[in-house]
Design a protein around this ligand. Structure first.
Ligand code: AMP
Length: 361
């Protein structure tokens, strides 16, 4: 096992070569670390920003062995890392953070909500189903309309469908692939918010101000942060973050998606055991952003300050929108973050901008 705090010059491994891995690699480099990326694609956003690139699948033992040889600590940029890979790395003495428990909880929507409710954190009512008959029963129990989602591997609104009548549930179960599902009651929310928080190796917790999120076609379009929020809302969010982080014995940054209800209560929609798109505003709104914070946490360093020093509107650049970089570069209040992706497919996250304003404006 490595000794913490990890000294500059050590190598941090990252599973995944996308934009989150890239921004983690850049933050790690700033703190004097080397970074090794494990990624299937030989030409990836993170691979091109790291010290070392290992090309291979996340369950390729030869690739994992190379990663174990190079690194002291391994983290990841997405939650669908195979549990077996994390166990394999741990068996070779590599510290993986956030740990296996966080992955097991976040990878499965039933485990996730069961964990949250067990910690006293509220979610919508839900029921599990793993065949067409139990899918109908689950919708009858929760009440239609209800949202049916695959238990595993959904993202950006994919792998989920509304069920208007219980009688449709068997067909929709099949349309979602005939895999185990969760049936959720609709959340009658007034806003979608998120809280980004971190827990260090010594149990220290740091929580960023709330972000207010707007989606289009299931994809995050913009985040406004700090969100306009009462003290009681901020207190609720902080309490939720602490319950989740302590409950998982977590190390690193987490993204927690929230629904704000009319009566001012917060429900947790889902947790992402990694840096999060709704936390990109911290790059230009805070002294220490979520990427540096994550590297600090996994390296066993003290966490940095999370207070906002500016108000930020974060806009994702989807598909060809990123081709507008010339105009964006001419706007004095706009900070540009591009991911170096070669192809601007429709809806693909190519970059984001942070429009920065004074606090209180
Ligand atoms: P998810 O994949 O769970 O993050 O869901 C994607 C989006 O679907 C959320 O950001 C919400 O806008 C919406 N959504 C998810 N679950 C619910 C729910 N139980 N009730 C109402 N809307 C939901």
């Amino acid at each position: 096992m490595p000794s913490f705090p990890l000294a500059p010059g050590s190598t941090i491994g990252i599973l995944g070569g996308g934009q989150l891995g890239r921004m983690l690699a850049l933050a790690a480099a700033r703190l004097g670390f080397d970074v090794a990326i494990l990624e299937r694609d030989a030409d990836s956003p993170a691979g091109r920003s790291a010290t070392q690139l290992i090309v291979g699948a996340y369950d390729d033992e030869a690739a994992l062995a190379r990663l174990a040889e190079l690194t002291d600590v391994v983290t990841y940029e997405f939650e669908n890392v195979p549990a077996a890979s994390v166990e394999w790395l741990a068996s070779k003495g590599v510290d993986v953070a956030p740990g296996a428990r966080a992955l097991a909880v976040a990878q499965d929507r039933i485990n996730e909500k069961t964990f949250l409710n067990g910690r006293g954190v509220a979610t919508v009512a839900f029921a599990a189903a793993d065949n067409p008959v139990s899918a109908v029963e689950a919708v009858e129990r929760i009440g239609a309309p209800a949202l049916m989602k695959t238990r595993r591997e959904g993202y950006d609104g994919k792998g989920q469908k509304w069920v208007e009548h219980a009688a449709d549930a068997a067909r929709i179960f099949q349309e979602l692939g005939g895999v185990p599902v969760i049936v959720e009651a609709p959340a009658d929310f007034v806003r979608e918010l998120s809280v980004i928080a971190a827990r260090g190796r010594d149990g220290e917790i740091a929580v960023y101000p709330l972000g207010e999120n707007h989606h289009e076609h299931g994809i995050l379009r913009r985040t406004l942060a700090p969100a306009n929020a009462s003290q009681s809302l901020a207190d609720q969010a902080e309490k939720i973050a602490r319950q989740v982080l302590d409950g998982l014995g977590y190390v690193g940054v987490i993204g927690i998606e929230l629904f704000e209800l009319k009566d001012g209560r917060l429900l947790v929609n889902e947790i992402a055991p990694r840096v999060h798109n709704t936390g990109h505003w911290t790059q230009d709104g805070c002294e220490v952003d979520q990427f540096e914070q994550h590297i600090r946490a996994v390296a066993g360093w003290p966490l940095g300050p999370t207070a906002a020093r500016s108000r930020v509107e974060m806009l994702n650049l989807l598909g060809e929108e990123a081709h507008g970089w010339r105009k964006l570069a001419s706007e004095p209040d706009t900070r540009i973050h591009l991911y170096g992706k070669r192809e601007a497919k429709p809806g693909r996250k190519m970059g984001h901008v942070n429009r920065v304003r004074p606090l209180g404006s």
